[in-house]
Design a protein around this ligand. Sequence first.
Ligand code: 16G
Ligand code: ZN
Length: 528
Amino acid sequence: MAEFEEVSRKSKLHPKPTGLKLQYGTAGFRTTAKHLDHVMFRMGLLAVLRSKKTRSTIGVMVTASHNPEDDNGVKLIDPMGEMVALTWEEYASQLANAEQEELLHSLNDIVKKETIDMSQEARVIVGRDTRPSSESLSRAVFDGVQCLGSHFHDYGLVTTPQLHYMVYCQNTQGSATLEDYYKKHSQAFLHLTKNAPVHANAQRRLLVDGANGIGALKLRELEAFLQKQLLVALFNDGSTGKLNHLCGADYVKVQQKPPQGIQMEVGERCCSFDGDADRIVYYYTNSDGHFHLLDGDKIATLISTFLKELITEAGLDLQVAAVQTAYANGSSTRFLEDTMKMTVVCTKTGVKHLHHAAQKFDVGVYFEANGHGTVLFSRAAEEQIHQLAKSPDITNEKKHAIQLLDNTVNLINQTVGDALSDMLLIEAVLAVRGMGVQDWDAMYTDLPNRQLKVKVADRRVISTTDAERRVVSPAGLQEAIDKLVAKYQQARSFVRPSGTEDVVRIYAEADTQESADALAHEVSLAVY
Ligand code: 16G
Ligand code: ZN
């Protein structure tokens, strides 16, 4: 273990609090920033091993997304910009939880299990969000990488999806800059919006709540590439407010109300990012003061309808499917299946599950109701679109559709949900179709719904099946929920243990808000 001498020395500077156990959860490690220094150091080590194993660049993102400012977290990004493979999540937990004296043993164990050639070069890229703790925690990652004799590149402040994209570009094109990211997305946006009816140009004003986080900083950078074709009024830009505090996509979605710090006029289109800008939700208020939320389900509907129409107009034979979770509003599922005649798949919560399911289709549109999502095109579908867009012998009508489609592909960050690229895509679709936010909202009417969370002694006593829609244990709980649901019209409810917090989450929907609220409350009592 001579090659680990430096690890042994440096790890003493990043000591693990004895007995502390953390789990690589749905979106990596996430907890109070105070407990994460040793985890960061060790994720630096693990990223090097993963890089040697895959002979590719690996990403390490320091962020806790929508969590409070004092939390932090870290996740690893695999070679094609996707979430790290499942077995490596387990190694991550194993390495993070090894007591100080077991660290080298644990490291060696992974090297052996994966038959890693330690002489192989490694390359790790690192990014971080704007939390006060993120800078020093990312230095702990660098320490980990360096003491295995490897190189890292620090992208500094970036959104999570930007780092995913940088990993992808490094491994497919050999280089990756933020400027390339902005150029690619803005050019596709400008090409698409050139096709907008003239009156739609006047509507391209958008109010953005930056959650006082990294998304606000990066939106400012993106704006410089947009040639004033999108007029952004940015609120919660981090200059005064606290990250995610009373603002951001998660707050707006869960509270079903506007963020603080935004000044919205009736009918104005607004959106909120989350703390690392991988989620987005839209909203507006109508003339009688009602708040209307356009969440991930509405976004998926808008985008998949647009894609399906273009595919049909271009004469392509590609299957468009939508991937949702149990949180998807029942009305959205019905609209996609019954009106749009689309295949709809339901998976467990967590981006990786949706991403994998979406990969099975020519075009897979996946969105969580909370606003995290993107579109995946199979390699064959993408190739077909690019080829046809270049073909000289197609009718003008088809040509128009295929060029829109081609630019749409270029506008999408396929590695992961991306608030910036999703925002540009939504804005482009609305502009091209000459739609306002109310027209979009009118595609279907959401069923009233309510989310609650309850603290329980041990959330792991609840286990679920059928993409988290039914409880397996404790015995009797599902029957109790079924009975409660039966009391209401158009009702549905489920409970699931959170993958990011020590709570059990409850979702209920029904024909009226009163019923949805009452059902959620009654189900929460059944969980205790
Ligand atoms: C994480 C997930 C998100 C999921 C949420 C559920 C990623 C990148 N993020 O934020 O997709 O909706 O966890 O949280 O996978 P919960 O398990 O606490 O409800
Ligand atoms: Zn996030």
